[in-house]
Ligand binder design. Structure first.
Ligand SMILES: Cc1cc2nc3c(=O)[nH]c(=O)nc-3n(C[C@H](O)[C@H](O)[C@H](O)COP(=O)(O)OP(=O)(O)OC[C@H]3O[C@@H](n4cnc5c(N)ncnc54)[C@H](O)[C@@H]3O)c2cc1C
Ligand code: SF4
Ligand code: SF4
Ligand code: SF4
Length: 381
């Protein structure tokens, strides 16, 4: 029995929408997030109206976007309806059941279909340096569907190397070869629309020959990159981003308080398949339920502290604190810095900017640290 995505997800979405415990806010923009662990305030705008919520935990599931192939002009995306992204081709395949697979520009059965892998991935010069992880697998899946629908169609898959670190991938790939799908190792140089056809110019690096393949359809396997606006959410929640610009998660081996009540799941963390995205969500849901069920949590924290006798109230520390944990309060005709220990994340930025040595960290005073260092040095000597 075959299950389509809609059949699997529609009942789940309806369950969520009907649940008296879940508010679904569609078309909503998050404006501001304030507060700290276990007690944050989220301001959103929906249909021009501002709403505010108090929340205990936040799960970031902003997913990924797909690479825009226009950024690689050599692939001529947009210059012919027969050059398309994988999603556009999947859409055509979906409607192909009754009509058979057709070439968009002419309505003819395509004689040759070429798939180009790694479009916008593993290519720092023209896209992203990272591997998008899922495109080899889904492309082989689509290529097989083409062969099933139209066995006479010649199918080529152009790859740098095939990556599918999943159990069963090797068999999945071997089956594709047995079905007659041609795998060509080499980076496609260009796709040229000419007289109703498309010319795919590439090198077969295994055979050491240059190829020019006349094609009816070219499918660009576009990679995954961070979704639009995800960086804004990351900044609001003080989540670091990684070299690939996806969000950096806290090591799951660390205790729950190191996450500050903020969880990142699915492709917001980086390219991954559906199964791994669902696994993330389930693990996080269990941790959140346990956290909320407990009602309270003991947290060992390292926070900043002010020496009010040294503080001159200049406010540089308050400017440096991204967690908004410092305010300036009046004192003896002037003002001094004051720390909200609940909001302080112990990052130490305020210590670094204070020219008057008025900022320190609790339990990390010089007279606590220096004896430790001296003892260590003596041990080494
Ligand atoms: C072409 C293609 C084919 C794929 N094929 C496969 C496959 O065959 N098998 C497989 O396992 N995986 C496949 N994947 C990967 C799969 O799509 C992902 O693993 C999965 O969608 C990740 O789910 P997610 O919930 O993390 O993110 P998404 O599915 O991307 O969902 C994120 C959601 O967040 C919303 N959003 C984003 N930003 C904001 C914001 N600022 N505010 C509010 N909402 C926001 C988006 O609108 C979206 O609804 C494929 C991916 C692509 C691109
Ligand atoms: S999964 Fe395959 S097609 Fe996608 S970026 Fe990695 S190697 Fe390229
Ligand atoms: S930077 Fe130093 S001196 Fe200035 S307000 Fe902060 S603690 Fe006080
Ligand atoms: S250590 Fe200083 S800068 Fe960092 S969060 Fe605490 S008060 Fe803010």
């Amino acid at each position: 029995m075959q299950y389509c995505k809609e059949c699997v997800f529609t009942p789940k979405i309806e369950d969520v929408e009907r649940s008296p415990y879940i508010d679904v806010l569609l078309g909503t923009e998050i404006k501001e997030i304030s507060g700290g662990f276990g007690n944050r305030h989220v301001k959103v705008v929906q249909d021009g109206k501002e709403k505010e919520f108090d929340v205990g935990t936040i799960v970031v599931a902003t997913g990924s976007a797909t690479f825009d192939p226009r950024k690689i002009p050599a692939y001529a995306y947009g210059m012919s309806p027969d050059i398309m992204t994988s999603m556009e081709f999947i859409d055509i395949m979906r409607h192909a059941d009754t009509k058979g697979l057709r070439k968009p520009s002419s309505g003819d059965i395509p004689k040759v279909v070429n798939f180009v892998l790694c479009v916008g991935s593993r290519d720092a010069a023209r896209g992203n340096p990272h591997c998008s992880l899922v495109c080899c697998t889904y492309t082989i899946g689509i290529a097989k569907e083409v062969k099933k629908l139209s066995p006479e169609t010649d199918v080529y898959v152009h790859y740098i190397d095939l990556r599918g670190p999943y159990r069963g991938f090797e068999e999945f790939y071997s089956e594709a070869r047995d079905m007659g799908i041609n795998f060509v190792r080499g980076k496609v140089a260009e796709v040229m629309p000419t007289d109703g056809k498309l010319l795919v110019r590439t090198e077969d690096t295994d055979a050491g020959v240059m190829l020019s393949i006349e094609s009816d359809i070219v499918v660009l396997a576009v990679g995954q990159e961070p979704s639009e606006g995800a960086d804004r959410i990351a900044k609001m929640l003080h989540i670091q981003t990684d070299v690939d610009k996806f969000m950096k998660d806290v090591n799951p081996m660390l205790p729950p308080e190191s996450r500050r009540g903020i969880y990142i799941v699915g492709c917001a963390q980086g390219p991954k398949g559906i199964r791994y995205s669902i696994d993330d969500a389930k693990t996080v849901a269990q941790e959140i339920v346990a956290l909320m069920d407990a009602g309270q949590i003991s947290v060992e924290r390292t926070t900043a502290k002010v020496d009010e006798n040294r503080c001159r109230g200049c406010g540089r520390c308050a400017e440096a604190c991204v967690f908004k944990a410092i305010t300036l309060v009046p004192k003896e005709g002037g003002r001094v810095a004051s720390i909200d220990e609940y909001l302080c994340e112990g990052c130490g930025a305020c210590n670094a900017v204070c020219c008057n040595k008025a900022m320190g960290m609790n339990n990390y005073d010089a007279d606590q640290i220096l004896p430790l260092i001296r003892a260590l040095i003596q041990e080494v000597e």
